[in-house]
Design a protein around this ligand. Structure first.
Ligand code: B3K
Ligand code: ZN
Length: 883
């Protein structure tokens, strides 16, 4: 496979003004007629028309009415070139594709007998020949023709112009998108669906028709998506002054989908997982996911669609920015300070759980990558979540108002253009009169920066000196790194736990009561001096996680307990607890490993348990915050701190801590379990979600070292649950406690919900993640009648959850987990390379495991790499892992 480099970018040779597409939809043979007007791009020296096509049969190709024959054009792989083309031309292309056998779910495919499309990144070329690249933006008109009985609903982008009946039981619909767009935003749906709809008044007085389309039996699960859509529209108007630019906005849910959702202009297509919800089938986390993803896709209408990417290396331009926007949306929807902080804590957890490991592994890449083999492999936590952190840092550096000015300038300059990350950065710089040249390194350098802090209080001079030293480890292709421009938000706590006033390098902060200063670390080694510091402070560094870095500071336990008890910044307050927990977990994991993975004579100190107790019972704190504060770092976060990873030792150590907390805080946990019940009608508001989270965490701790009473509590909750959140929490407690009643509960759960695909996914996932589950059990589950590899959600629920979410089972000492992984990657790759490639990444960090495991892992990777027939997607991942 060929590597594509950012530095090789050239402008498109021809531009497309209009595209008229005609579809005769048939699962076995869909005929696509494409008529487009093209003209030479003055910005290009190239004189050939370049079109892409993949897995489609070319029937005819006409240029200005003349049918082209062999010799008039050249097809090499996916590229079709027409040399000697005139300045302007009308191209007419007829192609055939076979949606029902398209298992890749890219391009035009069928799901449960209906038609759907997914074109980002390069799926449009699987529908027709086209300059399928994001910097070619055209106006689309789409005629859909299909059997009326089987496909009563015909949808595409933009506005419905006309619809009617044809002969032979067929009907048609004509759609026109008033905005020019890149081909990756094209979509069509032809299906048997029903919708919830509503007319919604926009800020400027216009009315838009909002629709949520689902299969017949799911109309009782569309309320929350509709509500989230309305909230999203309002929020974009209020916070950014951005309006819906169409008369109609549609969301369609489909059961077979590679990702979460897709922002096609005016016709968002969603994985059912991010649309369908009611209290019976969806958990609090599902409701939150729906709000975030509905928001995300809607916000793309401006950040992605109106202003799009010049090329796929710029992906984070739209994704990092849109993730930042959906994060801010979710935070604003909660509104309270603690609520916002809890969403921020969730973001930090995601970064540490998934992005830091990616940044330290063989697939590490900058937020704006320099090269790729398969672009679909670069829809990563780095491009999305680290990209969002980069956007957030502008806001931290420029302030909310300054950031808003930058956004306004960005839209003013680039509306209806395809631009780069540099364009965004320049809009931020110019709108604020700032030089953000150095900030560019956040886009170009991979790896997680490490910031080492040293502090010294001078009692005589009443000064407090903070020295920050930054470095960044090498990543593939980047041995040396230059210093980043890092906003470091800091506060100083006095002995009484309150924030001290701040004067840094002569600049007084906190005149307006603010006790956090944003320092700008730009050098490799830089010192900041606080004056007027009358007592030895405890530093609260990197408040609100002001930069995606690893902060090292030699905190004592006493300082951490002080921060954990008092820090006015909830994120750093949580962070102090995580540091306390991590040091214990690392020590215990070492002891377990040294004892040959036996849990023997381990001990958890009172300092830690008391600190946890204090937070647990502090009723002045929101339950949602207490839940976060009591959650231990995950096994993979612990693994990330170790040079040699022994997954079983980590698991045993963490289980020991959970069980010990469960036993020693028993009374308090029971009290919180009772105090945080949410009787009455289920509501997914932040306060209720927080209570359920704390209550269910208490249940999990109580069942980490279960006695009869805690098992009975879980059983009682399972039997009496009136919502899915409480039901799965109870079931999971039973399963993880290896309760004798677990098998029966699992069976009852399945029997009750077997008609709900998304709940069946939960059923598989819960078993896949259970520490009692080994490869043999997963294989057994794969023979279940409800299992199929063809549905991405189902494949992920069992196979990916086991490989990426069950360290004990997956890393079995005999290597059986890795053999299973290789087998499934190969099987999935033949069906759906994108899903296979995600699974392939479970082996990314194989070099960090114990020597025996490493050897097994290497063999499994080589087995996959040795396949003669492999997609570019999987090939890129395994060869980078082995490199
Ligand atoms: N932009 C899409 C992702 C498409 C992925 C293609 N492999 C969803 C999103 O980020 O909103
Ligand atoms: Zn997105």
């Amino acid at each position: 496979p060929q590597t594509i480099y950012r530095k090789d970018y050239t402008a498109p040779s021809y531009l497309v003004d209009t595209v008229e597409l005609g579809f005769d939809l048939d699962p076995a043979r869909t005929v696509v007629a494409n008529r487009m007007t093209v003209r030479r791009n003055p910005a290009s020296a190239q004189r050939e028309i370049e079109l892409y096509g993949e897995d489609i049969e070319l029937v005819t190709l006409r240029l200005n009415g003349r049918t082209l024959g062999e010799g008039d054009y050249v097809i090499e792989g996916t590229l079709l070139r027409i040399p000697n083309a005139p300045e302007e031309a009308t191209l007419e292309i007829e192609t055939i594709c076979v949606p029902e056998s398209n298992t890749t779910l890219s391009g035009l495919y069928t799901s449960n007998g209906s038609f759907y499309t997914q074109c980002e990144a390069e799926g449009f070329r699987r529908i027709t020949y086209f300059p399928d690249r994001p910097d070619v933006m055209a106006r689309f008109t789409v005629m859909l023709r299909a059997d009326k009985d089987k496909y009563p609903v015909l949808l595409s982008n933009g506005n419905l112009i006309e619809e009617g009946d044809l002969d032979n039981g067929r009907h048609y619909a004509l759609w026109e998108d008033p905005f020019k767009k890149p081909s990756y935003l094209f979509a069509l749906v032809a299906a048997r669906l029903v919708c919830q709809e509503e007319n919604f008044e926009l800020a400027d007085g216009r009315t838009a028709l909002l629709q949520v389309w689902v299969e017949e039996g799911n109309l009782d699960k569309t309320d929350y998506a509709m509500q989230s859509l309305k909230h999203s529209i309002r929020w974009d108007e209020e916070r950014w002054n951005l309006e819906l630019d169409l008369d109609r906005f549609m969301i369609v849910a489909v059961g077979d989908f590679n990702m979460g959702a897709m922002e096609n202009k005016g016709l968002n297509i969603f994985n059912t997982k991010f649309v369908l919800a009611n209290p019976r089938v969806a958990t609090d986390v599902d409701f939150q996911g729906i709000e975030a993803v509905v928001g995300h896709e809607y916000f793309h209408n401006w950040t992605g669609n109106r202003v799009t990417c010049r090329d796929w290396f710029q992906l984070s331009l739209k994704e990092g920015l849109t993730v930042f926007r959906d994060q801010e949306f979710s935070a604003d929807m909660i509104g309270t300070n603690t609520g916002r902080a809890v969403t921020r804590i969730d973001q930090v957890r995601t970064l540490r759980q998934a992005q830091f490991p990616e940044d330290a592994g063989p697939m590490a890449h900058p937020v704006r990558p320099d090269s790729f083999v398969e672009i679909n492999n670069f829809y990563t936590v780095t491009v999305y979540e680290k990209g969002a952190e980069v956007v957030r840092m502008y806001q931290t550096l420029l302030g909310r108002d300054g950031f808003r000015k930058g956004m306004d300038l960005y839209f003013q300059r680039h509306d209806e253009q395809a631009v780069t990350c540099d364009d965004f950065r320049l809009a931020m710089a110019d709108a604020n009169g700032r030089d953000l040249t150095q900030f560019e390194r956040w886009y170009s350098q991979a790896g997680t920066p490490v910031v080492q802090a040293e502090t010294r209080w001078d009692e005589q001079a009443q000064t407090y000196t903070l020295r920050l030293v930054q470095s960044c480890p090498p990543t593939p292709g980047q041995a040396e790194k230059l210093p980043f421009h890092i906003p470091v938000a800091i506060g100083l706590l006095g002995r009484d736990g309150r924030d001290l006033p701040l004067t840094v390098d002569g600049k007084v902060h906190g005149k307006d009561g603010a006790t956090t200063a944003v320092l700008e670390l730009t050098e490799a080694d830089q010192t900041f001096v606080f004056t007027g510091v009358t007592e030895q402070p405890t530093p609260s560094i990197l408040r609100d996680f002001s930069a995606p870095v690893i902060l090292k500071h030699g905190y004592s336990d006493a300082e951490l307990v002080h921060l954990f008890s008092h820090d006015s910044d909830p994120v750093n307050r949580w962070e102090a607890g995580q540091r306390l927990a991590m040091s214990r977990l690392l020590k215990l994991a070492g002891q377990v490993a040294a004892a040959g993975n036996v849990v023997d004579r381990l001990d958890l100190d009172d300092t830690f348990v008391d600190a946890m107790r204090k937070i647990l019972v502090d009723d002045t704190l929101d339950p949602s915050f207490r839940e976060q504060a009591l959650l231990l770092p995950t096994e993979s976060m612990i693994a990330d701190q170790l040079d040699v990873v022994d997954p079983l030792a980590i698991h045993l150590a963490r289980q020991f801590v959970r069980a010990d907390i469960g036993a020693r805080l028993r009374t308090e946990l029971l009290a919180q379990y009772d105090a945080n019940q949410t009787p009455g009608e289920y509501s997914p508001d932040a306060e209720s979600i927080g209570k359920r989270a704390l209550k269910n965490l208490a249940l999990a701790y109580l069942n980490a070292a279960p006695d009869e009473a805690s098992l009975a509590l879980a059983q009682k909750q399972f039997d009496g649950a009136t919502n899915m959140t409480d039901r799965v929490a109870a079931l999971s407690a039973l399963v993880h406690a290896r309760a004798p009643a677990a098998a029966d509960a699992l069976q009852r759960f399945y029997d009750e919900f077997q008609g709900e695909a998304l709940v069946v996914d939960k059923w598989f996932a819960m078993q896949a993640a259970a520490p009692t589950t080994d490869v043999a059990r997963v294989r057994e589950l794969m023979t279940h009648k409800a299992f199929t590899l063809r549905n991405p959600n189902r494949a992920r629920s069992l196979v990916s959850t086991f490989c990426a979410g069950n360290a004990v089972g997956f890393h079995a000492p005999d290597g059986s987990g890795y053999g299973f992984w290789a087998e499934q990657v190969i099987a999935l790759d033949a069906l759906n390379p994108q899903v296979a490639s995600r699974l392939a990444r479970a082996m990314d960090r194989w070099r960090r495991y114990t020597p025996d495991l490493q050897a097994h892992m290497k063999r499994a990777l080589q087995q996959v790499a040795g396949q003669a027939k492999l997609s570019n997607d999987v090939r890129e991942v395994v060869s980078k892992a082995l490199a």
